[in-house]
Ligand binder design. Sequence first.
Ligand code: DGL
Length: 275
Amino acid sequence: MESTFSGTIGVFDSGVGGLSVLQHIRAALPDAHLIYVADSAFVPYGDKSPAYIESRSSIISRFLIEQGAAAIVIACNTATAAAAAGLRRRYALPIIGMEPAVKPAVAASKRGVVGVLATTGTLESARFAALLEKYAGNVKIVTQSCPRLVEVVERGDLQGAEARQLVARYTTPLLKSGADTIILGCTHYPFLAPLIREVVGAQVQLIDTGKAVARELKRRIDLELPTLPPPPVDPEALPVLPTGTERFYSSGDPVQAERIMSKLWGRAVEVRSLA
Ligand code: DGL
C-alpha cells in the first residue's frame, strides 16, 4: 500500500553514497519531506574509528532532529555498525540503519559462495561478525574491503578508467573464490553497479540493501509514528517544506557537492552548507 506520510525524514551518509538509498525512500514515501546530509568534509568513514563516526553521526542526527525529522535513516553501513546503537540510546525517534545483505545473499547463492564488498570499518565491526554468525550457515563468505571505491564515487567517476581498474582489482579475489553472488555492502557501490556488472559478468548476482531499508522505514513509520511524542524542538522554528520535496546539505564544498549530487540524483539540486 502506498504511504501517505507527509512528515520529514532525515537521511545521512559520509558522502553521496546514501543517495542510492534516498532514491528508494523517495519511491516508498512519495509525500514525505526528505532531508539528506552528506558529511563530505569527513568522508570516508570507512577508515575512521567507531568513536569518531559516532560523534559525527550524533552531530548530524541532532541537526536532522532540529530540522523536524520524525525518523532518521543511517544510509551508511559503516556508520550503522559504529553508531546505530549509540544514536538509539540518545534519541527517541525511529532510527533505521543498514547492513550488508548477508541473509538474502546466502539464500540466493547457488554455489554456496558469497562475496562481500564493503569498507574496512564495516568488515571489522562486531555487528558484521554477528551477522555472519547468524546467517552464513554453510555458505562460504569471502570479504573484500574497497578503500578507494568511495573516492571515485565521491568524484562522480562511475565509468572511468580508475573506477574500472579498482572494481576489477576488488572483485577478482571474490570471483576466484567462486562467488556467484556479490553483496554491495556500502551505499556508494550501487552507483557503480553497471560497471561492476560489466566487470563480473551477467551470471553473478549483485545484492544491495537500499530497497529493503526503504521498506523497513515505511513499516516503522506506519507502526510507530502516530504514537510517538513529537521531537523536542520548537515548532515555530521548523522550516515549512512543500510535500514530496528533498533538501540537500553537505558539510564539504557545496559547489562540488551540488555538481556530484545533481549527477547522482538525476536532476539539478541545490545543496546547502552544513555549518
Ligand atoms: N557509504 C558508506 C557505507 O555504506 C561508507 C563509505 C565511507 O565513507 O567509507 O558504508
